[in-house]
Design a protein around this ligand. Sequence first.
Ligand SMILES: [Mg+2]
Length: 357
Amino acid sequence: MKIIAVHAYTLSHRTKHMFIWRQGLLGSDPTSEETWLRLVTDEGVEGWSRTPRGGIAMDLAVRRLKPWLLGKDPLMKERLWHELWEIDRIEEFPMYIMGWVDTALWDITAKVAKLPLYQLLGGYRHEIEAYASTVTYPTTEEYLDVADQCLARGFRAIKLHAWGDARKDAALCTALRNHVGPDVALMYDGSAGFDPYESLYLGRALEAADYLWYEEPMREFSINAYKRLCEQLDIPVLAAETSDGCHYNVADFIAQGAADMVRTSYFYKGGITGALRVAHLADSFQLSAEVHGMGEENTHLCLAIRNNHYYESLVMANPIVVEPCIGPKGMVKAPSGPGIGYDINLKAMQKTAVAKM
Ligand SMILES: [Mg+2]
């Protein structure tokens, strides 16, 4: 099988619900640019994938990826993944660019195998529980209200993104535990907002409030800082979400005792190939590899990886807006057709693209 054409289409739309973040920072752009990659093969099978930050992706698609991919066998994913690392040495890609290419290759492979991707990857479960992953709300009262709405919608697990103030966040986490009682699984995501001293203070509060995990309190630059925090706390520290270098880097987090659980995703860990490597690496140490983020790609990973326990579903706005894929009891399934199962309207995409190749 050969790749005979490489296309990319950038779609631009105003972001409907913003991911408001600590100190009012925007986690999303007011205008979203998403670029779709379309690989056409000589056997008529097509592979698709998408990435946000579409302008960066389009530049790389034109300059680097198209000339390199043309004529390649898309079923030789492992070889192509290693070649991407070679190109990365020159370009210093954002990690999601590796994932963009690799995911389209897996889409082709799963279509050739006539299987939904998660079954090709191994297949551990047919559905998984989602947790509601909040945006940042201005007051504790609003968080408690949003939590009530999430529980009424069928979620049984909630993760907070909060203000990035260790004392205020600790008080919020305690208030939420008191509000929902002992049976709701609660997690906290620091999104790298703290220094080691604040991280320790907040971690102790999360321990006392029986949180399930403490995610990314600090930037993931210093493995030593994470190692010290893991030694100081009993609550599992979940790390290596945005650290560069895929499993090569996650291996050091694990070997140094700098993470009790690790993050994996197609987005930040080099596609499906990289995400599986991280998951299997963690599994060999009997650690969890919790899938970060949403979308069909991560749903397939959630269903294929045994040592992952939830699907992360961002819950925006108030009243809450929930992804359509979340079932009434907070469960998620992957599309059942072959491949990843994106819902694509090629004609409309070609017509509305603000840039294309
Ligand atoms: Mg996170």
